[in-house]
Design a protein around this ligand. Structure first.
Ligand SMILES: [Zn+2]
Ligand SMILES: [Zn+2]
Length: 55
């Protein structure tokens, strides 16, 4: 199983714990992961698949 990384800060995240994942709202073709820290500070993410940026 490959490591999961936070889409915003690229730290490794565990599937357990307070991290969230969701499909890209625009293309739906990329799974975005956000760690607890990025959620807390509303760090922006961008989808490598379509370039969508969101909070
Ligand atoms: Zn993060
Ligand atoms: Zn996308």
């Amino acid at each position: 199983m490959k490591a999961i990384r936070c889409t915003s800060c690229h730290r490794s995240v565990s599937p357990q714990g307070r991290n969230v994942k969701f499909s890209c709202p625009q293309c739906g073709g990329f799974t975005i992961w956000r760690c607890e820290v990025c959620r807390k500070f509303s760090v922006r993410y961008s989808c490598p698949n379509c370039g969508f940026e969101g909070p």
